[in-house]
Design a protein around this ligand. Sequence first.
Ligand code: FNR
Length: 184
Amino acid sequence: STTRIAVLIGSLRADSLNRKLALALAGLAPQDVHFEHLRIDDLPLYNQDHEGNPPESVKRLKAGIAAAQGVLFVTPEYNRSIPGVLKNAIDHASRPYGQSAWAGKPAGVIGISGGAIGTALAQQHLRNILSYLDMPTLGQPEAFIQSKEGLLDDQGRIGVDATRQFLQGWVDRYLAWVRKHAQA
Ligand code: FNR
């Protein structure tokens, strides 16, 4: 049977490295695993006044999460935390109180940036949020990918053998984690 993974990318940039990384990860998974990128660029800024009457974009996001067995966060680091656009999406899908789409969904956290410890601090902040949201989150292996010329292309190809092998191992462990913790 098909395993569905909801993918949230913390960058809206057309040429995003994290979008390329998400594509590369999908390419390392078996055929029966489907990675669905959930849009977050058309969500309004979260406002609790409008919680009782959510727009289509919010309903779509929550439905996309509900339909998935696992969630994958692929995010850059902005000022040593996660980008506001990603936090906005997380907040939207966590509400109304008691109706969070996130609860119980197994999660993976990964990211790429130019810095040597790039995304490590963002990932740690994100883990704090996911812990509160009751998402079992893969602890090991951690993956802090440093960008360099030729590492990732638009087609999801990985230009460095050692990185491809490392990411293959990461995807294998992540999918095993999803299978272990998936609720439906
Ligand atoms: C950054 N960048 C960055 N990098 C990092 O390793 N740690 C950081 O704290 C930050 N902070 C930061 C803040 C803001 C507002 C921007 C725009 C950028 C650099 C960032 O890693 C780089 O732009 C990546 O290419 C962003 O990821 P995408 O868009 O390529 O996926």
